[in-house]
Ligand binder design. Structure first.
Ligand code: F3S
Length: 639
């Protein structure tokens, strides 16, 4: 039996386990990336592990999230990240250079390599055939220290792309279509591998839009083959030597198969407040749009932004509609400048933002109260834009530009003939000199620690019986944005766990922090898909700091589950989901933590009488980590 691409990359990086779907496997990791919002913690953890030098082939520390420098906090973090990278042998990408995934795709991602990143959209690099996964910062720190990365062997889904996109349909509409089909839970435990004749019709940045939003499916990763299109892309990026061909064997088997006829797709939008709430743009025609925002790691490539420029040429966006454009990297910005396309944006009345995440995480560009925003981003969770009651629709750059020109969504049938897709030049300007490469010997580098860099919190062992009150009960689809809201004033505290913990669940239940402090710790009860969204480990670290000992839910998102394990919080599942209704906020639970065995149910006692069966999907190793009080304790980190 031949192998698919996922199996080939896993086989060549396997350090432990069997390649059988559902079994735990350990993988050798070639590359890592961190971004600043999760990176300061990851680097503090790396230091605690005590390895003198990064052991991966390549590790890059990007600064793209918290780039506004009002006050000392963000600049303190940036200087810490710059110096810690130099000391331990990582590449540093200064603030403003670009968004981590766009930069990684352009400059470092390689076909056939493994990559983990402390950002949930790390799978973007699957666009060049790199098996890339989002992970908690501590997992990334361990990979940088040369440790394997443990995952559950994924199922591999073949996504057969037939035909070619027509009219105004774009790569964004392919992944939106898939999200509508499969929902935000549809990819859990799976890698989506794209195949079929439609693959050759998509450029690498288009492929990367699709792999980027595979994260919204909850997928472990998404992969495209490495072919002639990849070869051309890598050559244009000035690194032809990084190309290797990568394709599935003709006899390769897959666990599931989905067929998409590209010719049948039309412009789509994910409606508020979930990336899988799909509607056609046609059905939204007439809805007034107050703001369009074009950019983010999903849609900020040269081709995306050139397509927008060509649509805006000689026109003016509606005065009542704001249009923001954030190029994904300085390379993209330079190319737009070289071709005089920035003039078009300026004349059309657009606002050009820095090459950063910006509005995607509520860093500027928030919509007006109850405003409708058409965004080319990947997430539209409630409040993420910085405006709690904003209505965010996720769309393609073309749809967002058209909405800005018309001040409303309109029927694509009225847009006229779609222009040809812009083609990337054969050779593009390099921005490699803007990265800070580490010295051969970093031992003499002094790591700068401003007052915003707080020492790491360390936690004690889990007791044999966890006796605690239910400090919070929440419903289905709680995201990491619900657990820890974004926004400038909160995220600038990410290197200071006691300070950031004060904001936990503030948009869900303002009393939570006060209550759990008064209760001296507790457990959280939740519904389906708890912890979906970003890789933000603060969403586990913060609760642990406030004394959360267990999270009892109907189901859990993959990265958040891993983060709970890493920080010693028991992730427990109701055996009978109906029991969720029987455990109220304020109830007292007793969980026999010392008796928990991998995959086996235990009986918890609620309010001294009611027995509730709780199970887990933990491995023996994960259980050990939790009982030792978290991964840093388990690996014997010294500091
Ligand atoms: Fe940044 Fe938004 Fe992507 S925060 S990494 S642009 S999902």
């Amino acid at each position: 039996m031949g192998k698919n691409i996922t199996q080939k990359i896993i086989a060549s990086h396997l350090v432990s386990g069997k390649m059988k779907a559902g079994s735990e496997i350990g993988l050798r990791i070639d590359q890592t990336l961190t971004q600043d919002a999760t990176g300061t913690m990851a680097w503090l953890q790396f230091e605690a592990i005590g390895v003198p030098r990064v052991k991966t082939e390549l590790s890059v520390s990007y600064v793209d999230h918290n780039t506004l420098q009002q006050g000392f906090r963000n600049p303190d973090d940036h200087q810490f990240l710059r110096t810690v990278a130099a000391k331990y042998g990582a590449v540093f990408s200064p603030p403003g250079t670009g968004i981590c995934h766009q930069l990684h795709l352009e400059n470092f991602a390689k076909p056939g390599k493994t990559l983990i990143g402390s950002d949930s959209h790390t799978p973007t690099a699957g666009g060049v055939g790199s098996l890339s996964m989002g992970a908690g910062g501590l997992s990334v720190a361990l990979a940088m220290a040369g440790e394997p990365y443990y995952i559950t062997m994924p199922k591999v889904v073949k996504v057969q792309l037939e035909g070619e996109l027509t009219g105004w349909a774009t790569a964004k509409d392919i992944i939106l279509h898939l999200l509508g089909l499969l929902t935000v839970k549809g990819g859990v435990g799976k890698v989506f591998e794209y195949a079929g004749p439609g693959v050759a019709t998509l450029s690498v940045p288009e492929r990367a839009t699709i792999t980027n939003m595979g994260a919204e499916l909850g997928a472990t990763g998404s992969l495209f083959p490495s072919d002639a299109v990849t070869k051309k892309f890598l050559a244009a990026m000035g690194r032809p030597e990084d190309y290797v061909q990568l394709k599935a064997d003709p006899s390769a088997a897959y666990d599931e198969e989905i067929v998409i006829d590209l010719a049948k797709l039309e412009p789509l939008a994910a409606k508020p407040h979930m990336p899988d709430r799909m509607a056609t743009i046609k059905s939204l025609a007439g809805l007034k749009v107050n703001q369009s925002a074009i950019g983010s790691c999903t849609n900020s490539s040269y081709a995306d932004l050139k397509a927008v420029a060509l649509m805006l040429k000689g026109k003016r966006v509606k005065p009542e509609t704001d249009l923001f454009i954030s190029p994904g990297s300085k390379q993209v910005l330079k190319m737009l400048a070289d071709e005089n396309l920035l003039q078009i944006y300026l004349d059309a009345g657009a606002r050009i933002l820095e090459c950063t995440c910006g509005p995607c995480l509520g860093y500027g560009g928030s919509p007006m109260s109850a405003g409708v925003s058409a965004r080319t981003f990947n997430r539209n969770f409630e409040g993420r834009s910085g405006t709690q009651d904003a209505q965010v629709y996720l769309v393609s750059p073309q749809t967002a530009a058209m909405a800005a020109l018309n001040g409303a969504f309109t029927d694509p049938a009225t847009w006229g003939e779609a222009p040809a897709k812009p083609v990337m030049p054969k050779k593009v300007p390099s921005i490699r000199h803007l990265f800070v490469f580490p010295p051969e010997d970093g031992s003499g580098v002094e790591v700068l620690r401003g007052p915003n860099i707080a020492p790491l919190s360390r936690f004690g062992r889990t007791p044999d019986v966890v006796e605690a009150g239910v400090a919070l009960k929440v419903g289905d689809d709680i995201t990491t944005d619900h657990i820890l809201p974004g926004g400038t004033h909160i995220m600038s505290l990410r290197s200071n766990i006691p300070a950031i913990s004060e904001y936990l669940f503030t948009n869900v239940d303002k009393e939570f922090v006060g209550r759990i402090k008064q209760m001296d710790g507790g457990v959280i009860v939740g519904g389906e898909n708890y912890g979906q969204g970003s890789s933000r480990e603060h969403a586990a670290l913060g609760p642990r700091h406030l004394g959360v000992k267990a999270v009892i839910v109907k189901s859990l998102a993959r990265i958040h589950r891993a983060n709970l394990v890493n920080f010693g919080i028991l992730p427990l599942l109701f055996v009978d989901k109906a029991d969720y209704d029987k455990v109220a906020q304020g109830a007292q639970v007793a969980i026999p933590a010392g008796k928990i065995k991998p995959g086996k149910a235990v009986e918890a006692v609620v309010d001294g009488k009611l027995k509730v069966k709780l199970t887990n999907d933990l491995t023996a190793k994960e259980l050990d980590i939790i009982l030792s009080g978290g991964l840093l304790n388990a690996v014997g980190a010294s500091r």
